[in-house]
Every structure is written in structure tokens, then in C-alpha cells.
Design a binder for this molecule. Structure first.
Ligand code: VGL
Ligand code: ZN
Length: 205
């Protein structure tokens, strides 16, 4: 069983949003075209309370993209983004959600960030996605979405570590930084995550 995970395809992560990933919206037609190729489609949604401690605005004297220690974990500080119930936190209106059977929300605990759709950054609390996928008989997990150097990256590592075969569809993701994605790609490949292009899935080589 093959599952497609749609990672954080939300208004705040596309141009015009509060934490825009360059060209982030360009993946959406491809993501929509890919969905029928899979047995199961699941989405994740970054879903922060107002005042989340990953926001620079929660730390006096700090600016977005500063690095701090947050309760013992390294933390990049972000612009306020994906605040619960705001338009920026909504899934992008062009994303076809008709096949999306479940949406896993993350980043709700105010004191810890959560890049992966499977766990918070301290691996303390599971979202339940692993059990959900196992319960559905999933063996292979394909990842698309935003951002390639953060939430797609950490979700792919957790999928592979959980025993799924993990695949990142590289032309259906965009990164906050190109260098960040090159480092992420190298690390993912070292850990067994495979990279492929959508043409390999769509049969349009
Ligand atoms: C993300 C930074 C902060 C992501 C979420 O979806 O990649 N990045 N929160
Ligand atoms: Zn976030």
C-alpha cells in the first residue's frame, strides 16, 4: 500500500503568506495530479496557537531566522505563521482535498516546535500518524509539500525510521533555502530515504 503525504500546503507557506517558501504554490498542480496514483492520501497542517514559542515575536529582542535554544532544543525563530483558525493556516484553496482521508495537525504545544508530521522536534509526543498508516496497511510513504528543508525533510526521516520505505518527490516540494535542501537531501539519502521525480510516479518519463 502506497500513501502520499501532503506536507503543510498552507497559505502562509506560499508567496504572499507569512513564511513564504519561494515558488511554494508552483507544486500544487503537480500534487493534485499525483494524488490518484496512491492508495491513500493524508495531509499535515502546521497549527500553532497564538504566541507559539517558535515565533520570534514571542522573544524580546529577537528577529525571525535567529537561532536560539528553546527548552534544550535548537530552534530557528520564525515569523508568526499558521496561527490556528487564521486564513494563513488554511490548506491552500487550489489544493484538491477530495482524496485527503485525514489531516494530522502539529505544532499545537506552545513550548515546542514540530516539523515532522509524526513527532514534535523532541520526539516526545507522537501525532498518531505512524499507527494510522500501519493500521491502513501502508508500506511505502511518498512525501510532497512544504518546506523541503524542514517539514518534508523531518517527516521523511521519521517515516523511514518507523520502517516505511520513504520517498521524496523532489519536483513536488520547494525549500526555504536551496542550500538547506541540498544538506537535507544528503542526510535523507544517507538514512535511506529515496529521491525521485514525479515523472517516475506518473509514468510520463
Ligand atoms: C515549517 C518552519 C516552521 C514547514 C513549519 O512546514 O516546513 N517550517 N513551521
Ligand atoms: Zn511552524
Amino acid at each position: 500500500m502506497k500513501a502520499l503525504l501532503l506536507i503543510d500546503i498552507q497559505n502562509d507557506f506560499v508567496p504572499g503568506g507569512r513564511l513564504a517558501v519561494p515558488d511554494g504554490d508552483a507544486i500544487i498542480p503537480l500534487v493534485n495530479a499525483l494524488q490518484p496514483q496512491f492508495d491513500l492520501v493524508v495531509a499535515s497542517q502546521d497549527w500553532h496557537p497564538d504566541g507559539h514559542e517558535s515565533f520570534a515575536s514571542s522573544h524580546a529582542g529577537r528577529a525571525p531566522f535567529d537561532h536560539i535554544d528553546l527548552h534544550g532544543l535548537p530552534q530557528t525563530l520564525w515569523p508568526d505563521h499558521c496561527v490556528q483558525e487564521t486564513p494563513g493556516a488554511a490548506l491552500h484553496p487550489s489544493l484538491d482535498t477530495r482524496r485527503v482521508e485525514a489531516i494530522f495537525r502539529k505544532g499545537m504545544a506552545p513550548d515546542i516546535d514540530s516539523y515532522s508530521a509524526f513527532y514534535d522536534n523532541g520526539h516526545r509526543k507522537a501525532t498518531g500518524l505512524t499507527d494510522y498508516l500501519r493500521g491502513r496497511g501502508v508500506t511505502d510513504v511518498y512525501l510532497v509539500g512544504l518546506a523541503g528543508d524542514y517539514c518534508v525533510y523531518f517527516s521523511a526521516l521519521d517515516a523511514q525510521a518507523a520502517g516505511f520505505a520513504a520517498f521524496v518527490i523532489t519536483d513536488a516540494t520547494r525549500a526555504i533555502s536551496a542550500e538547506g535542501f541540498e544538506a537535507a537531501r544528503a542526510d535523507m539519502q544517507t538514512k535511506g530515504v529515496r529521491m525521485l521525480e514525479s515523472s517516475a510516479v506518473l509514468g510520463t518519463v
